[in-house]
Design a protein around this ligand. Structure first.
Ligand code: NDP
Length: 240
């Protein structure tokens, strides 16, 4: 089996930590990103990991990007669907554009990346698909009807696809992080962040590396009996 992994949104936050952890575990890694060239340049300089720019919201760009990565690095055995955005608003103020952007990236983006790779993985009889959902897709969150819908959709997608992949050697799993100290959360106003931390039983935000270690575990060849699973890594937040 080839050890080539692609991580969408792999140049910052959870994705960057995941790309590094996979590299440390012996994978050749491609880190995809959408538009922040400076972050991608710095990430490449620090880690040596190859970066690739396209939007996961664009199906044709995903198909072309995957083909390019396979030409450069070899057959992809691990896909980490990590790219995600927020466009928060209370529902009575939410615009159709805010809905479409979040669904387009966080849910359709997962289809767009998984679909072109699926036939390749089926032909090779091996694959690991790992999608980063969210605790807010499990329990809902005020101001995030778009985000919670997309992230809940990722969980349903995972369960259905796990059944289809089971006899083809492809496992499909989803990780639901709680609040992790990345740009996405650190741009939340400090007072709101303190209120969030007060709701987390372990009393702190998670670290990106803590999610990255979950990905490496699910990506491993030895994790073949785990499929259709939802791994909740949230400091106990879903319990309260
Ligand atoms: P960050 O905002 O820190 O990083 C997001 C990454 O995704 C960047 O590399 C960004 O690229 C990339 N990205 C965004 N849109 C696209 C797109 N259309 N195509 C390709 N790449 C894209 O996010 P986090 O690390 O915080 O979050 C990563 C994932 O984890 C997301 O799916 C998020 O929903 C989920 N999550 C995060 C939690 C948290 O507390 N942080 C909690 C639960 C889930 P660029 O740099 O070019 O903008």
């Amino acid at each position: 089996m080839s050890k080539v992994a692609i991580v969408t949104g792999g140049t910052r936050g959870i994705g960057a930590a995941t790309a590094v952890a996979l590299k440390e575990a012996g994978y050749k890694v491609a880190a995809n990103y959408a538009g922040n060239d400076e972050a991608a340049r710095n990430f490449h300089k620090q880690t040596g990991i190859a970066t690739y720019k396209w939007s996961v919201a664009d199906y044709d760009a995903c198909a072309a990007g995957i083909a390019q990565v396979e030409t450069d690095l070899g057959p992809i055995s691990v896909l980490v669907n990590n790219a995600g955005i927020t466009r928060d608003a209370m529902f009575h103020k939410m615009t159709r554009a805010q809905w479409d952007e979040v669904i387009g990236t966080n849910l359709s983006g997962v289809f767009n990346m998984t679909h072109p790779l699926w036939a390749r993985m089926r032909a090779r009889k091996f694959g690991r698909i790992i999608t980063i959902s969210s605790v807010n897709g499990q329990k809902g969150q005020m101001g995030q009807a778009n985000y919670s819908a997309a992230k809940a959709g990722d969980i349903g997608f995972t369960k259905a696809l796990a059944l289809e992949g089971a006899r083809a050697g492809i496992t499909v799993n989803v990780i639901c992080p709680g609040y992790i100290a990345t740009d996405m959360v650190m741009t939340v106003p400090e007072k709101a962040r303190e209120a969030i931390i007060a709701q987390i039983p372990v009393g702190r935000l998670g670290e990106a590396e803590e999610i990255a270690r979950c990905v490496v575990f699910l990506a491993s060849e030895n994790s073949g009996f785990i499929t259709g699973a939802t791994l909740s890594a949230n400091g106990g937040q879903y319990l309260v």
